[in-house]
Design a binder for this molecule. Structure first.
Ligand code: FAD
Ligand code: NAD
Length: 327
């Protein structure tokens, strides 16, 4: 039996590639530095139930992705979320309904990557620090000094700063990954024992430290006794306040929230903050995926396309396609 294909990263891109390769009869082995899958589609378990701290929802504009999302829906992994949408601009909060279909994982965002992972072999809590070439195969070194392998090919499915380091064996790919600048996002979550007296369930904001807020509990399948909210700061605010302690971030963003939501906001019964250092690429790209087919080294991720869940899925498919066409 030939050596398996290593995939570093169990976010949407890595799992999309894993699924495509598995479906084509290839053996894969996955690695992630985190304790679970999902990456930026992670949901944080908390005293207020699970809250989606990263991706809030996703849209499916590409036909192939739209088809696969229908399959996920039929399996109960995702459901449509039709929030009562608002827009906050120039100090005014106004309804902003639209026809866009928006999807969320059920009962939490991370349920999708959990389901995609299924029974595939995975090593969690395993930060890969080096991808090295042996005589015939690839090997991986982790932060504990352990080696993994041999592997026939390696797919790096991490954000670009980590990818650049892991792609050192292919300087051209490493250089491309290193050229991608990423923006941070501060996320905070609140839980209130009494539901806030507002119809808002999702809101895009301008002229505010916040760019997005969502009533997490309004998403399908969320079972929680608290009225949970997730707020995202703008990239500019997040960059300016990158090293602020979490308590100060919570205080600032609570203030911005209470100012714009248009109803009384009591002190939250629960709050948390999370800093996404590499939240999104500054600009979209059209690379699909990066490949050095002769070496057998590939990279994929949202940063190769649109910086969205859909882009991550498409990029994983493209990495797998290019690998398979070279076998
Ligand atoms: P990631 O999800 O980042 O996965 C990479 C994985 O690699 C991670 O699990 C990480 O732990 C692992 N990893 C990294 N380095 C190593 C290493 N050295 N060794 C082992 N493992 C490693 N998109 C939308 O479509 N809609 C939204 O509403 C939306 N909102 C967002 C809000 C926020 C705050 C953020 C941060 C993102 C949002 N996005 C949204 C973007 C979306 O989450 C991403 O496009 C998508 O999840 C990226 O998937 P990925 O697989 O490319 O990368
Ligand atoms: P989408 O079509 O719902 O939103 C795209 C953009 O259009 C929104 O950001 C918003 O500015 C605008 N918009 C859409 N509907 C609106 C409405 N009813 N009223 C007012 N403005 C509206 O979704 P998409 O194209 O799939 O984009 C995904 C979302 O993910 C975007 O909102 C994007 O900002 C967000 N995102 C955030 C991060 C982060 O780090 N915070 C990273 C990646 C993506």
């Amino acid at each position: 039996m030939s050596a398996p294909i290593a995939i570093i990263g169990t976010g949407m891109a890595g799992l999309s590639a894993a699924q495509a390769l598995h479906a084509a009869g290839q053996n894969v082995e996955l690695f992630d530095k985190s304790r679970g899958s999902g990456g930026r589609m992670a949901s944080k378990r908390s005293d207020a139930g699970a809250v989606d701290l990263g991706a809030q929802y996703f849209t499916a504009r590409d036909r192939r992705f739209a088809e696969v999302v229908q399959q996920w829906r039929d399996r109960g992994w995702v459901a449509e979320w039709s929030p009562s949408l608002y827009n906050f601009s120039e100090g005014r909060l106004l309804p902003s309904p639209d026809e866009q279909i928006r999807w969320v994982g059920t009962p939490r965002m991370s349920a999708i990557t959990r389901a995609l992972l299924g029974a595939l072999p995975v090593n969690f809590g395993c930060r890969i620090t080096e991808v090295f070439r042996g005589e015939r195969h690839w090997g991986l070194q982790d932060a504990e000094g352990l080696s993994h392998g041999p592997f026939s090919h390696v797919i790096v499915a991490t954000p670009p700063p980590q990818a650049a380091a892991l792609l050192a064996a292919a300087p051209k790919l490493a250089g491309t990954a290193a050229s991608v600048a990423m923006e941070p996002t501060w996320a905070v979550a609140f839980g209130f024992s009494e539901p806030l007296d507002t119809r808002v369930e999702g809101c895009f904001l301008q002229d505010s430290p916040l760019e997005w807020m969502a009533r997490n509990r309004s998403k399908p399948g969320r079972e929680t006794s608290l009225d949970t909210w997730v707020l995202h700061a703008t990239s500019a605010w997040s960059r300016q306040h990158l090293d602020l302690p979490k308590e100060a971030v919570i205080e600032h963003l609570y203030g911005a929230f209470a100012e714009m939501i248009g109803c009384a906001v009591p002190a939250p019964n629960f709050s948390l903050a999370h800093r996404w250092l590499y939240a999104r690429p500054i600009q979209a790209h059209q690379w699909g995926a990066l490949a050095d087919a002769d070496l057998g080294l590939y990279a994929c991720g949202d940063w190769c396309l649109s910086g969205r869940v859909e882009g991550a899925w498409l990029s994983g498919q493209e990495a797998a396609r290019r690998l398979l066409e070279h076998l």
